[in-house]
Design a protein around this ligand. Structure first.
Ligand SMILES: Cc1ncc(COP(=O)(O)O)c(C=O)c1O
Length: 392
């Protein structure tokens, strides 16, 4: 047997046993675990896909059709007031694929560095992408507001760092996107020759502490030099099943990444590119979606205490990051308790060891299903003793 890479159990597969328990509840499973957006795909997108017709002969461009890159640049300008050259945009087959492959691509370009820095409590694919790229995955502690605490990075890790991931609004913590922390991260990385990849896929769902919509920021607001911004249509436009996102920023980096991706045939199918173009030029559907998540956030927060839970996260994204009112009850124990009432949430340690006391509640089901979930949770007494980090 070689000592080659063995993929770990997929994070959400660790919830399978709890899912089976939750499925038996009266009223059925309310699945707030994986966080797949389940609201309708906007009409303009469905129409554009239909209008794309059967003309799929010929390969699409790996970087994306000119109209798609223009549409993405237009949205960046409307959303952030930042003008990106459409030539400095490359499309990807959903951003998970890009997150998983970026360290490999950057390492091909600069083999002298071997370390990927990423938020210590975060989307698991940041660490996985580092491993797949043959890099060291080094978590960075989170400080106030669940923002990166870059003062905690050792000089050695900083000197070896190829890439720093930033994710604001943050999954799973709900940290708020703001220009200040992003500019600080860019300044830190630039001073050390580290590329910043800013995963901004939740930026349309950014609220302040009072729950009012707050303009989200892009790391490109601090200039494009050494910076890549990553955007997805999965959350903004409920298009997770279409698989389309983009990367924008530093012209040299984007050109290199685009070139390797073209050689590797990493292409978004042409009809999906047409649908994605329609999504980036339309903002009305996003306002509707933002209102849905805002309503669900307000509702779920107002009922957390009945489930003996406390909101411990930031105000943004469509996740609640919560912990038990009982400090002895960890995230797995909470997830098990809620599963017994028919609701599946994600145990916080799926996002890093520091997440162990928490659960992530994805507000992807409609309000009626959340009402059912919280009604059922409110009827159950929490256990007196912790089950001690039970895992499925
Ligand atoms: C922080 C973050 N980045 C990237 C992704 C990947 O999204 P997609 O591949 O659908 O664009 C997700 C999905 O949940 C995410 O939470």
């Amino acid at each position: 047997m070689s000592d080659g890479f063995v993929p770990p159990v997929y994070p959400y597969a660790r919830l399978d046993a709890l899912k089976a328990r939750a499925e038996g509840a009266p009223g059925g499973l309310v699945d707030l675990s994986v966080g797949t957006p389940m609201d309708p795909v906007p009409d303009c997108v469905v129409r554009a896909l239909a209008d794309a017709g059967p003309g799929g002969a010929g390969y699409p461009r790996a970087v994306g059709a000119p109209a798609l890159r223009e549409a993405a640049a237009g949205w960046m300008e409307r959303a952030f007031g930042v003008r990106v050259d459409p030539g400095h945009i490359v499309n990807c087959i959903g951003t998970k694929e890009l997150v998983a492959s970026l360290p490999h691509l950057l390492r091909l370009r600069d083999p002298s560095r071997d370390t990927v820095l990423y938020p210590a409590v975060s989307y698991p694919t940041y660490a996985m992408g580092a491993q797949l790229g043959g890099c060291r995955a080094v978590p960075v502690a989170l400080g106030d507001g669940w923002h990166l605490d870059l003062s905690s990075v050792s000089d050695e890790d900083a000197a070896r760092a190829l890439l720093l991931w930033v994710n604001e609004p943050g999954n799973p913590t709900g940290s708020q996107s703001a220009a200040g922390p992003l500019a600080d991260a860019v300044a830190w990385a630039r001073a050390r020759g580290v590329v910043v990849a800013s995963d901004e896929c939740y930026v349309e769902f950014n609220w302040d502490d009072a729950g009012d919509p707050a303009p989200g920021a892009t790391a490109l607001g601090a200039g494009a030099d050494g910076v890549l911004a990553v955007h997805s249509l999965s959350k903004r436009s409920n298009m997770a099943g279409y698989r389309c996102g983009f990367l924008a920023g530093d012209g040299d980096l984007v050109a290199y990444i685009a070139s390797v991706r073209t050689h590797a045939g990493m292409m978004v199918p042409a009809p999906v590119q047409a649908a994605a173009t329609a999504a980036w030029v339309d903002d009305a559907h996003v306002e509707i979606q933002r209102a849905r998540y805002a309503e669900r956030r307000r509702y779920a927060r107002s009922r957390l205490a009945e489930a003996d839970l406390v909101d411990a996260g930031g105000p943004s994204s469509f996740y609640l990051w919560a912990r038990s009112a009982d400090p002895a009850e960890d995230g797995w124990a909470v997830a098990a308790r809620l599963a017994d009432t028919g609701t599946l949430v994600a145990a916080g340690d799926l996002y890093g060891d520091g997440g162990a006391p928490y659960v992530r509640i994805a507000l992807v089901e409609p309000l009626e299903r959340l009402e059912l979930a919280f009604d059922r949770m409110a009827l159950v007494e929490p256990p007196i003793v912790s089950t001690g980090g039970q895992q499925s």
